[in-house]
Design a protein around this ligand. Structure first.
Ligand code: PMP
Ligand code: GLN
Length: 399
């Protein structure tokens, strides 16, 4: 293999994202989806739905292609989508971003996160505080931006942060507090006191809050509360979301950032050299989706809640201890009782033992904290009910 090196490699190797010899690993999701394809196991690993989303959204994309929306869209996104995003923020949260200056369409939440971090952090003296376990892209993007990752642990089974540990992690070196709520991989929804403390600390240390709210509509209890709605937060918060989860269009990669115009401009400055623009026929289709009636959004949450319960019952019957997620696609199970010692090894063996694929929580944690999550496994509930029932039947072989 050609020798590849550089700051990204050094930081990424330190974060355990690539081998210390520079070997580039596939992401955990790619690894586990390939394992499912190879073995024919049911894929409860990578979080993507196995059913299409609303017909009106799919039809709008077909129409857009047929009517010629196939060239570069405007850099910030087409006006109809920016207006639909602004109207969505107003309708659900009483936030009032200006669609011309405070909204940017991105290639999924992933590009929004990448462009935001590259825009806001500037080298190894800048720290980004994240909650751990965290979505795999966070550590990779912080490494790519050359900044330092500071983590606050979320512990089984409720995965709420300890407020003292949170306060200890934030300092004047903190440029960004990156909050994923509802949370992947744990399915937790942060308590109100946690959100308040994040805003207090950001204000005290003049940090920017970046929120990843891709599961905003997939909550099973009270309505989602964006941090930007808290007193004093809007002026220092960039809110990121994505159409992928809400409309079951994960492959379309339509995401967005909303927030103060100067911060959005900074993100746009980077985005224009990452993808320049993206997804022209999908943009009008997602504008249609964001305008669907309240029944659609409530229905998406209640269907997933039922799936969470089916999966949770199946896992418990198979002998796992299961946390009860309040949102997201995911449930976390402790596999110690079914023989797991190393969650990654357990997940590699699970297709043979039970014909199911899941992902280890250790893939979402830093090497130093891995032992705390050694027997925890994430299962995706965003699959058809009959698929979850069949997975439960297969997993009962472990009991
Ligand atoms: N953040 C979180 C927490 C996610 O779970 C995902 C899902 N893939 C993303 C970001 C990326 O979203 P997108 O596919 O829109 O880039
Ligand atoms: N967000 C999805 C998950 O957590 C995966 C997306 C990806 O493969 N990058 O499973």
């Amino acid at each position: 293999m050609r020798h590849i090196s550089g700051a990204w490699h050094r930081t990424a190797a330190g974060a355990g994202l690539i081998g210390s010899d520079g070997t580039i690993h596939p992401t955990i999701f790619a690894e586990m989806s390939a394992l499912a394809a190879r073995t024919g196991a049911i894929n409860l690993g990578q979080g993507f739905p196995d059913e299409d989303g609303p017909a009106a959204v799919l039809e709008a994309a077909r129409e857009a292609i047929a009517s010629g929306a196939n060239q570069y869209p405007p850099g910030r996104g087409i006006p109809a989508l920016r207006e639909a995003i602004a109207a969505h923020q107003r309708r659900f949260y009483d936030l009032r971003p200006d669609p011309d200056t405070d909204v940017l369409v991105t290639a999924g939440a992933t590009e929004a996160l990448a462009a935001t971090l590259l825009a806001l952090v500037d080298g190894p003296d800048d720290e980004v505080v994240v909650f751990e376990p965290h979505y795999d892209a966070y550590a990779a993007l912080v490494a790519l931006a050359g900044a330092r990752l500071v983590t606050v642990p979320l512990r089984w089974p409720d995965f709420q942060p300890d407020l003292e540990e949170l306060a200890a992690a934030v300092s004047d070196r903190t440029r960004v507090i990156l909050v994923n709520d509802p949370h992947n991989p744990t399915g937790t929804v942060f308590a109100a006191g946690v959100r308040d403390e994040i805003v207090r600390l950001a204000d005290r240390h003049d940090a920017i809050i970046v929120t990843d709210e891709v599961y905003e509509h997939l909550v099973f209890g009270d309505r989602h509360v964006p941090i930007a709605t808290l007193p004093g937060a809007a002026g220092r918060t960039l809110s990121i979301s994505s159409a992928g989860k809400t409309f079951s269009t994960t492959g379309w990669k339509i995401g967005w950032v909303t927030g103060p115009a100067d911060l959005v401009d900074a993100v746009l400055a980077v985005k224009q050299f990452l993808t320049y623009v993206n997804g022209s026929p999908f943009q009008p289709a997602i504008a249609v989706g964001l305008g669907l009636d309240d029944g659609f959004f409530a229905g998406a949450a209640s269907a997933l809640r039922h799936k969470r319960d089916v999966l949770g019952d199946g896992l418990r019957a198979a002998g796992f201890a299961v946390s009860t997620p309040a949102g997201s696609y995911f449930s976390v199970a402790d596999a110690a009782a079914v023989g797991a010692v190393d969650a990654h090894a357990f997940c590699r063996e699970l297709p043979d033992r039970a014909g199911v694929v899941a992902v280890p929580l250790t893939a979402f944690t830093s090497p130093q904290r891995r032992s705390e999550y050694a027997t925890l496994v994430r299962f995706a509930a965003c699959k058809r009910v009959d698929v979850l029932e069949e997975a439960s039947r297969r997993l009962s072989a472990l009991a």
